[in-house]
Design a binder for this molecule. Sequence first.
Ligand SMILES: [Zn+2]
Length: 385
Amino acid sequence: MHFFVLFPLLAVFFACAPLPSLAPSGGTPTTLPEQSERDKPQPQKDEPPKQAIAERQFVDVGIGFEKAKPKIECKNSNTDCLYNGKNYRGEILVLSADTGNTVINRIAVEDYLKGVVPHEIGKLGKDGFEALKAQAVAARTYAYHHLGSRKSLGFDVFADTRDQVYNGRDGEDSLVNAAILGTQNLVIKYKGKLIEAFYHSTCGGNTDSPEVWGQEQKPYLVSVSDLDENSREFCYLSKYMSWEEKFSDAELVNFMQKNTANARADKIFAFGKIDQIFVTEKFKSGRIKRLVVFTDKGSFEVFGDRVRWLFARDGKILPSALFEVSHSGKEWKVAGKGSGHGIGMCQMGAIARAKAGQNFEQILKAYFTDVMIENISFMTEQTKP
Ligand SMILES: [Zn+2]
């Protein structure tokens, strides 16, 4: 067993920085986009990464955090390691601090993608190859754009939905690897800069902009319609094309009482009855912008994508913010379309577009407005400022 202990440099650093709450992961099944809860995090990052040129070709992935000394077994020196039931390419590093040990997989970006793409879009047949390529380019762009974005934690990206789901080498797939190789070093740029390459499972007919998170618009992340030549949604085959949730009066009071903080309601107070729920404003895509809940003790309001948290049942949030609420008898019904935040590439739409003959560039340009697909430029010693 070998591992590096980077100490004490980071021990000092970590003493005043919050440590990652990486739950011990293990046995995460391969998720298809329509099955997974893909919420790219709302940036809670130290510094928004902006580099158009990659400073390096490897990524540090935070794969675990443990109070005790982590158990890591490596075949060669500190590479080809087994940690927490998963096999990893690249190196494993451990950052030790008084509060515990952060386990990091340092890996070439192209190898990292082999452990991301199968979990982010699922394993597809040959007719989905162009969608795999589109996903590879989006995931690569995301990775380069986020180098350094979790600096205070000692790595670049989490290995879960806070960034991109990454499970090491075990879930690798030969067709996915071919898609990564076939798009090697290609990234999405807008006016020469790497874009924020968000993606989600199922848009339900229209994508949306970061306004759903209360963030400012980006010219390449605008709402686009995802309809085919017959005006049918490209993502119509998703099982989340339409969905429904039902709550009894008592259930909804109970859930909403617990959920108002996570939903970032404008007012938080105790109530015993919900009288009315109104959607007072929608985004262009139809997603809810403002929802007001009238209770026996007063009203409160929830904004944008956070409405999904308001209706969470035992921690499981609603698939999307594209829904209608109705009340009849003692039952509330929430009927919606789509899955995920709706920003950027619609994965189920991308798969359908690939099957319809579109290539990966056409797919990406359908969801990211006015972008170019270009080679990433690497910062060499000569080009460093
Ligand atoms: Zn779609």
